[in-house]
Every structure is written in structure tokens, then in C-alpha cells.
Design a protein around this ligand. Sequence first.
Ligand code: C5P
Length: 227
Amino acid sequence: SARHDLAGRRVVVTAGGTREPLDPVRFLGNRSSGKQGVAIAEAARARGAEVTLIAANLEVGEPVGCGVRAVSTTAELQEAVVDEARRADVVVMAAAVADFRPAAVSESKIKKQPGDAGLTLELVRNPDILAELAAAPHDALLVGFAAETEPDDERIVELGAAKLAAKGADLLVVNRVGWNEGFARDENRVVILERGGAVVDRRSGSKMSVADGILDVVARHLGGDPL
Ligand code: C5P
């Protein structure tokens, strides 16, 4: 991109998916590859921003020219993003964060016993990092993501608007997963909502072009322009 509309801006992006350990060798995780978050970090860098990527278990290479903080669990991601958000103009929460984690982490490998028909795992809620960032005093523009499997477009927008209001973020990028799109793909299709639930933009195409579409909206917000 020839535009340098994010010059001097500090942008923090979370990417990938968190993993919650069960024991020394196992975890609960998700299919997020980190591709969309990495594309946003790269696009922001190309537009002149100083970028920090908080990278949770990426399946893709790290972006060039960005600071990278590697994390794995939700607690680690939260610590890193809360720290980085203090100096950020924009925080983009593209990572898929585990909603629950095992209530206890076993010190040794969990073993099956002869005759065990099953195993019940007890999970506890994780904090909602984005909601907590939004609820605390902050200066950064907060951009959330939502992965929805709902096929109906109007329903996607409704769910997104409710999620945006509940989390208190400034923008929400609603991402359709399970439409042969979403996790681990190179292409994406998103609806971008602003506070109040209005649709600001819809973008589909490569994750890089979707990243630029999201950053167009971010740049307009930072510039104080009406949307
Ligand atoms: O509630 P849901 O998981 O759909 O919300 C997704 C958005 O909230 C993403 O931006 C994700 O990074 C963020 N999130 C979070 N902490 C959680 C769960 C999700 O910050 N525990």
C-alpha cells in the first residue's frame, strides 16, 4: 500500500489461538491459524504504523518489521495485551481466545485406567480480555473480532451488534466461519460494525485485502472523520 495513513501510530494486534494446558503434554485449543491477524499486522506496518504482534501459537510465519511477543495461554495473552495496550493507539483482537480453561492443570500426564469408560473435564471461564480492556480506562481504539457460523447475513449483523454492545469495543469485525471460509483459509469475508451496530463496510477477498479494508475504517476513526 502506498498510503501512509498510519504513520506514527502504535498498533497492537493479537493473532492465532490460545491453548489451555490439561497436563504437561495436552491442551485445549482451536483452529485459528493466525493468518488474518498476521495480515493485519503486515498491512498496518506497510501503512507506516509501529506494530506489535501478540502471537498465540501461529501456524504461519511472523510478519517482517513488527515486534513480536509470543504467548500461548489466555492468561499470557491477557498479560501481554494489557501491557501493550497502555502505549497503543489501536488494539486489534484478532486472536481466537479460549472461553474456558481446565479448572486444574495436572502436574503429570493424565492416564487412562483399565475399565475407564470416559473422562470428565471440569472447565472454568476465562476472563473476556476485550471486555475488560474496554471497561478499564483506555485511550486506544478497540477492534474486536467475532467468528459466526450463522449463514444468514442479517442474523450475522444482529449477533455482531449485540456482541459489540456487550463487549464495549469500538469496532467489530464479524467473520463468517464454516462457509468454506474463515480459519486457515487464505480468503476471508467480513462485515465491519461500529458502536451502535451500524454496518460500516463489508469486505471479501484475500486476508491481506480484508486487512486493508479493516485498516481503512480504523484510519478513518483515528483521523476523527465521520464514517
Ligand atoms: O465472545 P467471542 O469469543 O465471540 O468474542 C470474540 C472477540 O473477543 C475476539 O476479538 C476475541 O479476541 C475476544 N475475546 C477475548 N477474551 C475472551 C474471548 C474472546 O478478548 N475470553
